[in-house]
Write a protein that binds this ligand. Structure first.
Ligand SMILES: Nc1ncnc2c1ncn2[C@@H]1O[C@H](COP(=O)(O)OP(=O)(O)OP(=O)(O)O)[C@@H](O)[C@H]1O
Length: 588
């Protein structure tokens, strides 16, 4: 699985990685060349200072020139490497983000009902593109270190094999420590995710428009700021304690390494005269020792870094592997005939983590052209039922048939052509009115005539035509020049989506909640037009809106307890009659 994703990302940045190979090769031989030039420069200068002579002076200037040229080219290489890295980062970032948004908008809706889903989403989205780049870059960096190491090891071995053994031994404790810290850091990130989400949630409450009114009216600023402060402090305390402990251990280890290195350098001073070293050779060997030690340490860090990247990247891969609707059903169909009948048999549903069933053994059958109303107390299961009917929750038991086709076998793509819904908490897109209506059938966004006709049926055209830019007006206050609508006006725009849609099954959840009495009366009038050739299902608490419905489903405690037309249910003298009488009483 891991390889599959890595190959995908690798393909996208092949060119940049190839460039990086060239950079790594140049970087790998640069230290040894620099050392040789420095040695020659120092030896040539020391002879020149002692004996003079034009030849030595020219030689010294030549080495100085070569050394400066190497430094300049190193700078140029670093500059191109930085640009190349930015390119890689942007490409991988785009790919990772695209994969995450495609996945999160295609996985079954019930995932959004799980709290730990949001932890998973947060971890899958945090810093992952950086990790992908580091993992792809890792092997090349490793090869670079190895080549440099081989070139420098020669110098050290020429002097004494003991120096190499010291370097190797010195790199083991940092490797072990960093591997341990990588594991501990990942554990900490996992533990802190719910708390970090809480901190972000509180920040969002304090910053977003959605809560701005209530925060002011109820003067909740101090209360929420205090909650945010407490959670922030707990989270930072845990983080700081970890950082403190890991820095302390790392620094202690570094200090021990520095002492051992210093002892080795002191040893070179004693061995130097014995081996008849020139000053240049002494400096070269000391520098080679320090560089080899540094490289071995970098290798240790890159091994532990790669290990950490691998374990943290598993969160992204785990997220990308969440099954989508199309994955869960191999026999899914992409086209179905026009739906003339909707049959529900023994439908039961329970939310994850809920021991009780929210829907219990529901059965009914609806025909094309029927206007259907679903009524019942709060929490009776009305919204859950329509989410099942719309194919948003497919993990139910029992069967829902669209015509003769089992809903579970219909792909989400195919389903979209046959069902449409305007929810109680419909989305208010801060885009143009055209786009806000066209989302009902986005493939027809160019059809302005149809958009206008849908707006007329919902009653939205009256105020839209008075706006300075008409249907092109931007809505909402998120962007400049956007126009904010009233609750009822927004609802009319949302209702236009239903009139614009060509679906055969349309669900309207509390469509009149924000409408004035005139608009409400128009809605019920147009409801009949809308229902022609379709099955229209309306959830409503206003029972006078159900009088003209062909079928009323009365729900209580997850069950359909009464079913029939208004007159039939009134004759039944059951719950419906009770609720209807209660509401009517308020108008008398
Ligand atoms: N995402 C969810 N996760 C867990 N339980 C849920 C979820 N959504 C709803 N429920 C529970 O399912 C039950 C039915 O809720 P549902 O929203 O379907 O009722 P409703 O009849 O539409 O209510 P209302 O008239 O208040 O809108 C409620 O007890 C509710 O607590």
């Amino acid at each position: 699985m891991f390889t599959k994703y890595m190959i995908f990302f690798w393909k996208d940045i092949k060119r940049e990685l190839f460039f990086l190979i060239v950079v790594r090769l140049l970087n790998s031989i640069s230290p040894v060349i620099q050392l040789i030039i420095t040695k020659n420069l120092i030896d040539s200068l020391s002879i020149y200072f002692q004996t003079g002579g034009k030849e030595r002076l020219h030689e010294s200037f030549l080495y100085l020139f070569i050394q400066s040229s190497i430094l300049i080219s190193n700078n140029l290489i670093s500059m191109f490497e930085r640009i190349n890295n930015s390119k890689m980062q942007i490409k991988i970032n785009y790919n990772v983000e695209e994969k995450i948004i495609k996945k999160s908008s295609n996985i079954p809706l019930y995932n959004y009902d799980r709290g730990n889903f949001y932890d998973q989403l947060l971890r899958a989205s945090s810093g992952q593109s950086q990790r992908v780049v580091e993992i792809l870059n890792g092997p090349m960096l490793f090869v670079q270190y190895l080549i440099t190491l081989m070139t420098l090891v020669g110098i050290l071995l020429k002097f004494h094999y003991f120096t190499l053994i010291t370097c190797l031994i010195l790199s083991i404790p940092p490797l072990m420590l960093n591997l341990y810290l990588s594991k501990a850091r990942y554990k900490l990130v996992k533990e802190l995710t719910p708390l970090s989400r809480k901190v972000n949630y509180l920040l969002n409450i304090l910053k977003s428009k959605e809560y701005a009114k209530e925060i002011r009216i109820f003067q909740l600023q101090d209360y929420f700021i205090e909650r945010w402060r407490k959670n922030f402090q707990i989270s930072s305390k845990i983080q700081l304690t970890f950082d403190y402990k890991s820095s302390l251990t790392q620094n202690l280890l570094n200090c021990i390494c520095v002492v051992v290195i210093a002892l080795n350098l002191a040893l070179f001073v004693f061995i130097g005269p014995e081996q008849k070293l020139s000053i240049g050779e002494y400096l070269t060997i000391s520098q080679a020792f320090i560089t080899v030690q540094g490289i071995l340490l970098s290798i240790a860090l890159s091994i532990s870094g790669s290990y950490e990247n691998f374990i943290q990247l598993s969160d992204l891969i785990e997220f990308l592997e969440i099954p989508e609707d199309k994955d869960t059903n191999e026999e899914s169909v992409d086209t179905i005939p026009i739906v003339r009948k909707l049959s529900v048999n023994n439908l039961s549903y329970s939310y994850e983590g809920n021991s009780q069933f929210t829907l219990k053994n529901i059965s009914f059958c609806l025909e094309r052209g029927q206007r259907v109303a679903i009524v019942g107390k709060n929490g009776a299961g009305k919204s859950t039922l329509v989410k099942c009917l719309l194919g948003l929750y497919k993990n139910y038991s029992g069967t829902i048939l669209y015509g003769a086709t089992d809903l579970k076998t219909i792909s989400q793509k195919a389903l979209h052509k046959h069902v449409s819904a305007i929810f109680q908490d419909f989305s208010k897109y801060n885009f143009s009115i055209i786009e806000n209506i066209a989302v009902g059938e986005i493939s027809k966004i160019e059809d302005l005539q149809q958009i206008k006709s849908a707006a007329k049926k919902s009653g939205a055209s009256d105020f839209i035509e008075k706006l300075p830019m008409g249907y092109s007006t931007g809505l909402g206050s998120m962007f400049d020049k956007g126009v904010e609508l009233s609750g009822g006006q927004w609802q009319k725009v949302a209702l236009s989506r239903a009139y614009f849609s060509e679906a055969e099954i349309i669900v309207l959840d509390e469509p009149a909640a924000s409408l004035d009495p005139y608009a409400e009366a128009d809605l019920y009038q147009n409801f009949s037009d809308l229902s022609e050739d379709r099955i229209t299902i309306m959830i409503s608490h206003r029972l006078n809106s159900c009088v003209n419905a062909d079928v009323i489903l009365v729900m209580d405690n997850g069950m359909i307890i009464e079913q029939g037309s208004h007159d039939e249910l009134i004759r039944l003298k059951g719950i419906y009659t009770e609720m209807y009488s209660l509401q009517s009483k308020n108008f008398n």
